[in-house]
Design a protein around this ligand. Sequence first.
Ligand SMILES: Cc1cc2nc3c(=O)[nH]c(=O)nc-3n(C[C@H](O)[C@H](O)[C@H](O)COP(=O)(O)OP(=O)(O)OC[C@H]3O[C@@H](n4cnc5c(N)ncnc54)[C@H](O)[C@@H]3O)c2cc1C
Length: 324
Amino acid sequence: MSHSYMVVAEVRAGALRQVTLEALHTVSLIKEEGDLTAAILIGSQITPLASELAEYVEGEVHVVDHPDLENYNAEAYFQALTPILNKINPHTVVFGHTAIGRDLAPMVAAHLDAGQISDITAIQDTGSSASFTRPIYAGKAFEQKQFIEGPRVISIRPNNIPAAGKVTSPAAIVETEYSPAADLRTVIKDVIRKTSGKVDLTEAKFVVSGGRGVKSADGFKPLEELADVLGGAVGASRGACDAGYCDYALQIGQTGKVVTPEIYIACGISGAIQHLAGMSQSRVIIAINKDPEAPIFKVADYGIVGDLFEVVPLLTKEFRNVLV
Ligand SMILES: Cc1cc2nc3c(=O)[nH]c(=O)nc-3n(C[C@H](O)[C@H](O)[C@H](O)COP(=O)(O)OP(=O)(O)OC[C@H]3O[C@@H](n4cnc5c(N)ncnc54)[C@H](O)[C@@H]3O)c2cc1C
């Protein structure tokens, strides 16, 4: 018997998020011959993106396009999703382990009476025997989990699973009506953006992070320059956020964002366990710290003992020479 696999797509700043393509690749890893794939796109004025998404999906793209869905609202998005869930009756639903995925996945799991495995970083085997690796104890250990039976809801950590490529026959686009319910318990009145959002921190391939060692808001400027040259994003430790050097939107760690870039450059960050929880899975970690005993060097692939205000501009200059 064939099963239906569903990916809940995400849009950011008018573009499909990379994690959506990673979720589609996840489906291709775990589905079996004859299984169906549907991607769901919810938002406002997103119909043009549906054709773009369709190029990565063999199956169907369901679009719910309504002005009231411009900003994410758990209740409204769940209401938009419910008729499609009921129609498709998916065996497996895949989300990005993002702010939206973390919020919506448990609601969908409850609706489907499904099991849920979150924050997946790797997949073994296919179909019903697939098992999923996820970090536990703030990244100190990994567990491998498997579903005993469906339905299944999973969320994948951005930047860990390769992105899907384009398919030979793009998906059919199916539009679904949305009528805003009069009894929504919450509505979004306004969204105040706190970061420039040039590159999404959780999906960035390069992250340059500052800690209390940057000493001031101005101290972040050399880090921003390095991130710009690399085409990456700036992050921070909670120490830097608490000191008021930057916004909490940049915080990486146990109580902040989790990032897994190709290169993470920690500048003036001591390497507290709560910070490591948010970045220790990065492919390559470079630490710059003037204290040779700083714990960050224990997880770093490359360590530079020195003053970040001397080292970071030198790195920027060298990368600029090579890349720009
Ligand atoms: C419940 C809980 C949750 C937490 N969640 C998080 C979290 O999500 N994320 C997080 O980051 N922290 C979190 N913390 C805080 C964490 O424990 C640390 O206090 C914090 O990470 C320290 O930040 P820091 O490394 O920037 O500062 P510090 O520990 O003060 O380190 C500053 C570093 O900068 C170096 N330095 C100073 N000047 C220079 C210079 N000129 N050049 C080079 N190096 C220099 C110093 O040698 C030092 O190693 C949490 C704590 C608790 C209790």
